[in-house]
Write a protein that binds this ligand. Sequence first.
Ligand code: FDA
Length: 304
Amino acid sequence: MEAIMRSFFLSFAKSKFANKLAKKFGHRFGASKFVAGETLHQAIETVSRLNMDGRVVTLDHLGEFVLNEHDANQSAQMVLQTLDAIEESGVQSHVSLKLTSLGLDISKDVCIAHMHAILRRAKDYEIFVRIDMEDYSHCQVTLDIYKELRAHYDNFGVVIQAYLYRTKEDMERLNDYQANLRLVKGAYKESHEVAFPDKQDVDANFLSIIKTHLLNGNYTAIATQDDKIIQATKDFVETNNIAGDQFEFQMLFGICDDLQKQLVEQGYKVRVYVPFGVDWFGYFMRRLAERPANVWFVLKNLFK
Ligand code: FDA
């Protein structure tokens, strides 16, 4: 049953009609549990609040799978404005973005031109930029763009998904770039031909790539709410004397808040992924797919 619901929400996440409709509704149906607000101002307020109790942030202006240049330009402008707002307010935050929001599906060149503008401004402000990893069809081109831009900038990193079979080889190649990686399990609907179908295999691969990347001496962002993986990472860094400034834990806004605070109290660096904006539908559906129990939030909010 869980697998069916997961598959349903992940397919629905890509529905253009539902995405369009959702923009009109605003943050309803419980989406505000996972999304900081519609405006940059609301997002910066959320970052300030999280900073106050010791958590740092990565801000994501929601948007993906953009198919015209006007929307791609708008998305790029929003990322630039987000960088300006972080700089002006002095909050502790990185920026996360999706290459398809910058026009990757229109043309690689359009997307790269936007990335140059973003990374230049981020470098001026000394702000780190994270390229999220999207579905499998964008994996190779995302890594190609990462490698191309790495020749010019070092204030950015990319994401690797443990559920893909190709991940171990990708990590070996990325080691040549001393890549700063966010490691995740993976959030999209992928076929058995490219991704491990069983959760145990994904979890085992996840732990294995965390260990490899840390032992290679690279900066590692372990992005998960899975307390077993978090505990195993804590044990591993202690046994292998890995310095506290070589890794951080990352979690999603609105999920496992107590665990986030607990880790900060224990002295670990915790970065919260804070999404904002009107284009919330795809992100929200992926959160429902991860935990069908979240559907209760939707149902409760429908009848409010
Ligand atoms: P798992 O799904 O096994 O969940 C472990 C526990 O965490 C659950 O038992 C539950 O308690 C809690 N939990 C997990 N998801 C929840 C939810 N939605 N609601 C409530 N509780 C939940 N993916 C991707 O493909 N590309 C990317 O760029 C990113 N980026 C990213 C950044 C950050 C900071 C995080 C934390 C995650 C991502 N992801 C991602 C998503 C990632 O791939 C994965 O889908 C989710 O993190 C859920 O997996 P867990 O590792 O938490 O484990």
